[in-house]
Design a protein around this ligand. Structure first.
Ligand SMILES: *[C@@H]1O[C@H](CO)[C@@H](O)[C@H](O)[C@H]1NC(C)=O
Ligand SMILES: *[C@@H]1O[C@H](CO)[C@@H](O)[C@H](O)[C@H]1NC(C)=O
Ligand SMILES: *[C@@H]1O[C@H](CO)[C@@H](O)[C@H](O)[C@H]1NC(C)=O
Ligand SMILES: *[C@@H]1O[C@H](CO)[C@@H](O)[C@H](O)[C@H]1NC(C)=O
Ligand SMILES: *[C@@H]1O[C@H](CO)[C@@H](O)[C@H](O)[C@H]1NC(C)=O
Length: 238
């Protein structure tokens, strides 16, 4: 009896999750976010499958719940954002630079939910910076000056704050530095259905990637929901 009840409960939780795609954040075109940085090799083909030439220009990974897929491509692939550094609170005291730095990036990669705390925002939970979205900038990069991130080494003793509080604006990719280089646009040709990197997605179904994981019945990578595996072992017991 007890077993059946707990089974029923788990089943209901499973149905509730399976029948709703609230795994993804429906974010506004403009807003606030955090920015971290990570390294990818020159020419690297990241999750979206954008052509390796994209790495010659500013690119970023977007946190999974905003990216819209737990693997391969999602609706954020190829989208361009203007990211503006506001301040950073990882230093003590928080650092407010006296210059305003901004950069237009193209999203080419997925920042997994469980890998770093900064990409763990979900529709119902903010990341440790109090934001839902995190942009993980590919940096250092040949496309971005090494002094892009403001610093004050004499005051803090280091120059890399790691995490920035930013604002973002969705922009046309015609503002992206790689726009005029055909070799930097689109997806790699020989990977077929596994890739999706529109040159300038607008959000319309005809020019924007679907969610690979939704289309293939794959669950979001999540550390907070009930994993389906124990459910199946319950089914075996019954
Ligand atoms: C989807 O599921 C979440 C919890 O997983 C819940 O908070 C939300 O209300 C659900 N939305 C719909 C439309 O059922
Ligand atoms: C990006 O934002 C900055 C302000 O932070 C602004 O000066 C610049 O014009 C914006 N660029 C685009 C392409 O929207
Ligand atoms: C660094 O901090 C010191 C002390 O607050 C300040 O006098 C100086 O102007 C700062 N330099 C920069 C580049 O922000
Ligand atoms: C982050 O920036 C916003 C403005 O975009 C500001 O209101 C907020 O106080 C900042 N948060 C922190 C933790 O610095
Ligand atoms: C997508 O559809 C919109 C109208 O809904 C149209 O304006 C646009 O040109 C189409 N884009 C492509 C790439 O076909």
């Amino acid at each position: 009896m007890l077993l059946s009840l707990s089974f029923l409960l788990l089943w209901l939780v499973f149905i509730a999750q399976a029948s709703n795609d609230s795994s993804w954040i429906d974010y506004p075109p403009d807003g606030t976010a955090t920015m971290t940085h990570y390294t990818i090799p020159d020419g690297f083909i990241a999750s979206c499958g954008c052509t390796g030439g994209s790495t010659g220009y500013p690119t970023a990974a977007l946190s999974q719940s905003a990216y819209g897929s737990s693997t391969a491509f999602g609706p954020a692939c190829g989208k361009c954002f203007n990211l503006t550094l506001v301040d950073t609170y990882t230093g003590d005291p928080p650092f407010f630079p006296d210059v305003v730095k901004h950069i237009v990036v193209k999203v080419t990669d997925l920042c997994p939910l469980s890998q770093t705390g900064w990409c763990d925002g979900t529709p119902t939970k903010k990341n440790p910076g109090g934001q839902y979205l995190n942009f993980d900038l590919a940096f250092p990069s040949p496309a971005i000056p090494d002094d892009f991130f403001p610093s004050n080494e004499s005051l803090y003793g280091y120059s890399d704050f790691g995490v920035w509080n930013i604002t973002y604006q969705t922009v046309s990719c015609s503002n992206w530095a790689g726009w005029k280089n055909a070799a930097a646009l689109g997806s790699v040709a020989d990977l077929g259905d596994g890739v999706c990197c529109p040159a300038n997605p607008t959000g319309s179904a005809n020019d924007t990637c679907p969610s690979f994981s939704d289309d293939n019945g794959l669950p979001p990578d999540t550390t907070t929901s009930v994993a389906p595996l124990p459910l199946y072992s319950h089914m075996c017991l019954l």
